[in-house]
Design a protein around this ligand. Structure first.
Ligand code: PLP
Ligand code: COI
Length: 377
């Protein structure tokens, strides 16, 4: 005689109640919604939530239809920004297989971000098996259209309705997924970037290495300034000397010194920039392709001088949303320069092609980066 129905499954050892939608969309209705998805507008049909309390730990994991959360106006994260998130993509391969790209790395970074923001650290297996469960149920939402993917967005925020400034006693983990088209709709068309001389994204000892909500809010004014200057993205410099290139608002930067053996230079992970998983993957693939790779320092003065002399042949930005996007032109107050011939260079094109081939399973997965997800439900 059982008192209550046992949860049907577990994720990382945690019981989950699975309550899928009783009115799934037809294939035709789903296809219509996926036609012009933009970024973060068209969500799949389910979501997964897990509550955490300081007393009881992780609990009440549920897979439910996608829908709004009911939040008390005093919810701490809305006021004080105690909130972290992640982002990675799920690709449909040419053979129809569905695989998440390096979700274990995102799970580790999610834990590191949580630690910095005094949020609880979700065990890696709970994170990755939650992804298997959600993507398993929403398998049909992984697009096959070129340039489209299913982008998974884990979020963890302070849900306690109390406004004392201290780490929350209650948190909510929310896992959702949306259909994403290319972040830059112009594909491999190079972007123009604006160097922020007056705004700073992150300072030593701050939260620059964490993927926390506040970093993105803090970057918006600089991004607006870049747009006013006719630029697509903003480049942040270090907070102390205001000369060392760090990253863009949502992407890392790589500099290519071309030649028989191209040399790639990217800002080292000093604690003030996000350790991008695309960055890490590209450094590995560049080494595989016989290129030289260096994590060091690039000053904005050298960026201009080396671009003008022709030593610096290509620059590109990389991140989950953008994949790999060439930077053709740079502007800052009183200066403007072109990188290479302002067009997409051969190293940028080769690395982008290689990365996409690995992500879609078109070449062997030598580094064990694809987590294949089976359909469920
Ligand atoms: N830097 C910032 C500030 C970002 O928001 C992102 C995007 O996630 C990146 C870099 C690139 O990181 P990843 O390649 O893991 O997406
Ligand atoms: C990503 O590249 O996935 C990001 O998270 C950057 C931005 C869209 C928030």
């Amino acid at each position: 005689m059982s008192a209550a129905a046992a949860p049907a499954t577990t994720i990382g050892g945690l019981p989950v109640t699975v309550e899928p939608t009783t009115s799934p969309l037809t294939d035709a209705a789903r296809a219509e919604r996926m036609r012009d998805p933009g970024f973060g507008r068209v969500f799949s049909e389910h979501m997964l939530t897990i509550r955490w309390t300081r007393e009881g730990g992780w609990q009440e994991a549920r897979l439910t239809p996608y829908g709004p959360l009911a939040l008390d106006p005093a919810t701490s994260a809305l006021h004080y920004g105690q909130s972290v998130f992640e982002g990675f993509k799920v690709y449909r391969g040419a053979d129809g297989s569905v695989a998440a790209f390096r979700p274990e790395a995102n799970a580790e970074r999610f834990r590191a971000s949580a630690r910095r923001l005094c949020l609880p650290e979700l065990p890696v297996e709970v994170f990755t098996e939650a992804v298997d469960l959600l993507v398993g149920h929403d398998h049909a939402w992984v697009p096959s259209a070129p340039g489209q993917t299913l982008y998974v967005r884990p979020l963890l925020f302070a849900s306690e309705p109390e406004l004392v400034v201290r780490p929350s006693e209650e948190c909510l983990f929310v896992l959702t997924a949306f259909v994403a088209a290319d972040y830059f709709p112009r594909g491999l068309t190079p972007v123009t970037v604006w160097v922020a001389d007056h705004f700073v994204r992150a300072a030593p000892g701050g939260t620059g290495a964490a993927k926390c909500a506040a970093n993105y809010a803090a970057g918006l004014a600089a991004q607006a300034e870049a747009a006013e200057q006719g630029c697509d993205q903003v480049v942040f410099l270090d907070a102390v000397e205001r000369r060392w290139v760090e990253e863009l608002g949502g992407m890392n930067l790589l500099f290519v010194y071309g030649g028989d053996v191209p040399r790639l230079v990217t800002p080292a992970l000093t604690g003030t920039l996000l350790p991008g998983i695309t960055r890490d993957s590209l450094l590995t693939l560049a080494r595989d392709l016989g290129m030289e790779v260096e994590e060091g320092r690039v000053s904005v003065e050298d960026w201009e001088a080396d671009a003008r002399s022709g030593a610096l042949t290509e620059v590109f930005a990389c991140g989950t949303a953008a994949v790999l996007t060439p930077v053709g032109r740079v502007r800052r107050e009183g200066a403007e320069w072109v990188v290479g011939d302002g067009d997409t260079g051969p190293v940028t094109a080769a690395l982008r092609e290689r990365l996409l081939a690995v992500q879609t399973g078109a070449v062997p997965d030598e580094h064990g980066w694809r987590r294949v997800v089976a359909p469920l439900g």
